[in-house]
Design a protein around this ligand. Sequence first.
Ligand SMILES: N[C@@H](CCC(=O)N[C@@H](CS)C(=O)NCC(=O)O)C(=O)O
Length: 178
Amino acid sequence: MKLYIKPGACSMASHIVLTEIGGDFAVEMVDTDKGLTAGGANYRAINPKGKVPALEVEGEVLTEGPAILQFVGDRAANLNLAPKAGTLARARVNEVLNFTGTELHIAFGSLFSQGATEAQKDAARAAVAGKLDWLEAKLADGRAFLTGPISPGFRWSTGRVWRGSWRGLRHGQRCRRC
Ligand SMILES: N[C@@H](CCC(=O)N[C@@H](CS)C(=O)NCC(=O)O)C(=O)O
């Protein structure tokens, strides 16, 4: 397996999960502005979307952070990283990952768009804060995970890592270009 990433970008979540699983995988940096991998390959030939993360696996390329997180989590079944597919608990994981990967991600993207006015940035900040509030409210009962209480054996979850990556951005870490 090879994971394509960019420092400070949302690909960090996939990188953290793969690292925690301790699997056999390679990492290659991508310069998405130039469309080149660190090794000089045309990145759009690997991922036509030109975005990170992308995971090369079994001769295919899997894209979209939430899909990669669930795939690698499911493959490490012994680590119990996500509830079983088909359960409501798993749908809740999907709910959070989709919210984060679409609503929250898009809101952050506007904040860093080049040429945005201060008024547009203020509007983007308000939008991001509102979406993070939804996530924070889910934790208001003291639960350790967005999707419920901590289970024996759980050290972390795919959903928690994804949310944590975004929390880092909220506290000043800048996404180079979402
Ligand atoms: N829907 C995709 C979005 C991926 C995405 O937007 N990645 C950003 C970094 S956070 C990127 O690669 N941006 C580079 C570009 O747009 O050129 C996912 O969830 O994986």
